[in-house]
Design a protein around this ligand. Structure first.
Ligand code: BG6
Ligand code: MG
Length: 219
């Protein structure tokens, strides 16, 4: 029985995925390396340094580990500049409505994000008030598709992953959810590719799949 819902952040609860793309694109442009949306989509869910390898894959030269660290730092600086401008008004009305309704229905909700910037986003948007647990990139040692982040998010709710649904827009995220033993609800690009157990067209569709606890107990 589903008791908890574990949400990825970027590209699921709000569109910070666009800021990731813009910040990587700015770095790629400065280095005169072609970088397109398809590559941007491949950066979803994976770590900052793994994303950098995708950004640099069309480069004609190789870079030292020190240069790579500096590039990752430059991207993160640009990304955080976007985040500084976030306000509660940037959270889609649909996100607030769905999270509020799921809690009223008796589900416990947690964040399961690989981002080390999640805390800043939660602070700026006030999203933390809608969550019962938070696990982010600073709490894990292995990034998605490893199951660590979803396992820890379930644990933060006092639940087994088997009693949870994970929601993610990335292939790496869907794999991570499955490896944790939870049900995988894909959204965005991962849903379009049909990768989830549920492939959601919008976050609202969670409300069709997750009825009130009384309804579940009466079945
Ligand atoms: C994920 C994004 O949420 O966080 C990835 O989908 C990103 O694209 C990863 O690489 C790490 O983010 P950050 O904010 O720690 O650089
Ligand atoms: Mg995401």
């Amino acid at each position: 029985m589903i008791k908890g819902i574990l949400f990825d952040l970027d590209g699921v609860l709000l569109s910070t995925d666009q800021f990731h793309f813009q910040a990587w694109k700015a770095l790629a442009d400065r280095l005169a390396i072609p970088f397109d949306r398809r590559q941007g989509d491949r950066c979803r869910g994976i770590s900052r340094m793994e994303s950098l390898d995708i950004v640099l894959e069309n480069s004609t030269r190789t870079y030292t580990p020190e240069e790579k660290l500096q590039f990752a730092e430059e991207k993160n600086h640009a990304y955080r500049a976007f985040l500084q401008g976030l306000t509660p008004a940037d959270v889609p009305e649909e996100t607030v409505r769905v999270l509020t309704q799921l809690r009223i229905r008796g589900y416990r909700l947690a964040l399961a994000s690989g981002s080390k910037n999640a805390e800043l986003i939660l602070e700026k948007t006030g999203l933390c008030s809608l969550l019962d647990g938070v696990v982010d990139g600073r709490d894990i040692t292995r990034s998605k598709p490893d199951p660590e982040v979803f396992c820890k998010a379930a644990q933060a709710l006092g639940l087994s992953p088997r009693d949870c649904v994970g929601v993610d827009d990335a292939s790496a995220g869907v794999q991570s959810i499955r490896a944790a033993g939870a049900l995988a609800a894909a959204i965005g690009p991962a849903a379009q590719a049909g990768e989830g157990d549920w492939n959601l067209k919008s976050l609202s569709q969670l409300l069709e799949r997750c009825p009130g606890m009384e309804a579940v107990l009466c079945r």
